[in-house]
Design a protein around this ligand. Structure first.
Ligand code: NDP
Length: 245
């Protein structure tokens, strides 16, 4: 049997990029997968059709992570639809860069709401439904440990915040047998990171001299979601092509 047979997962921000790769991988590993998105309904519907076409189960839900009530409703809807919840992947995130002197505080608040507050609100909502063996996985970033270039202070702060929150949540949920971990990808080829000029700059910072692929990050998420990873909790696992090396 597949490693996630009879498991139910929800992934935030599953319509594109790393989130979409995680949705596909968890479904391929046998899970029924619900996912949220903010705007890309056509892409979301296409992923559902693709998974259902290969005999899997998927459900797309439009919900802005910055709206905690909408996120909570989406999680409850996934539980109603699939009858349980075993795995939450907090993936939705935004990247707003700016020079220190120009940085709008509205961007600080928006990034904090999506990248940090929603991780807490989503975990709070999901944990109510989870049992022994539950899994909470957050997509942080290696910039929690090394910013690497100017303009990224606020984004880096949000990713440092989720790494710290993960350690706290691991203590909250450990007694219930639920693990909580963060994945810290290095630069990965997605829409968020698609500017050729910045690719060249980033490649120069990587030991492997290339960016990551969304599928590579999804492989680590699938491992953390699997029964084999039951003893890993409170950890921030780096997958960065040597950005920190
Ligand atoms: P993309 O911008 O390529 O995709 C973002 C996904 O999140 C989309 O599905 C988008 O939905 C969804 N999303 C964005 N905002 C919201 C919101 N407010 N509510 C619900 N869904 C939302 O990003 P990546 O795949 O590159 O990034 C995924 C995660 O990985 C983020 O947390 C990011 O910070 C992190 N990361 C990315 C790295 C990289 O180099 N790419 C490196 C390290 C970490 P829609 O399609 O509807 O807009």
């Amino acid at each position: 049997t597949k490693p996630l047979h009879e498991k139910v997962a929800i992934v935030t921000g599953g319509s594109r990029g790393i989130g979409a790769a995680i949705v596909r991988r968890l479904a391929a590993d046998g899970a029924a997968v619900a996912f949220t998105y903010a705007n890309s309904s056509e892409k979301a519907d296409a992923i559902v059709a693709e998974i259902e076409g290969s005999g899997g189960k998927a459900l797309a839900i439009k919900a802005d992570s910055a709206d905690a009530a909408a996120l909570r409703k989406a999680i409850d809807r996934a539980v109603d639809h699939f009858g349980a919840l075993d795995i939450l992947v907090n993936n939705a995130g935004i990247l707003l860069l700016n020079k220190l002197e120009d940085f709008p505080l509205e961007d600080f608040d928006r990034m904090f709401a999506v990248n940090v507050r929603a991780v807490f609100a989503g975990t709070q909502a999901a944990a109510r439904h989870m049992h022994e063996g539950g899994r909470i996985i957050t997509i942080g970033s290696v910039v929690a440990d090394r910013s690497g270039f100017p303009t990224s202070s606020v984004y880096s702060m949000t990713k440092g915040a989720v790494a710290a929150m993960t350690r706290g949540l691991a203590r909250d949920l450990g007694p219930r047998g639920i693990t909580v971990n963060t994945i810290q990808p290095g630069p990965t080829e997605t829409d968020m990171n698609s500017d050729p000029a910045s690719h060249e700059m980033l490649k120069g910072l990587m030991a492997l001299g290339r960016l990551g692929e969304d599928r590579e990050i999804a492989g680590l998420a699938a491992y953390l979601a699997s029964p084999e990873a039951a003893f890993i909790t409170g950890a921030s696992l780096t997958i960065d092509g040597g950005y920190l090396a």
